[in-house]
Design a protein around this ligand. Structure first.
Ligand SMILES: [Zn+2]
Length: 45
C-alpha cells in the first residue's frame, strides 16, 4: 500500500502489519494514503 509523506511528498511503501509509520526520507510521522484515482477508467456518456 502506498503512502505519501505530507512533509516532503515522498512516496513511501508501508507494511500494514508493522506499526511503524514514518517517512524514511525525512522521518516525518504523518503520511497520507495514496489514492490511485487514475487506476480506473470511467466512461463518459
Ligand atoms: Zn518525508
Amino acid at each position: 500500500m502506498g503512502y505519501v509523506c505530507v512533509s516532503c511528498e515522498e512516496e513511501v511503501e508501508i507494511n500494514p502489519v508493522e506499526d511503524k509509520i514514518i517517512c524514511p526520507s525525512c522521518s516525518h510521522r504523518v503520511l497520507l494514503k495514496e489514492r490511485p484515482e487514475q487506476d480506473k477508467t470511467v466512461k463518459a456518456v
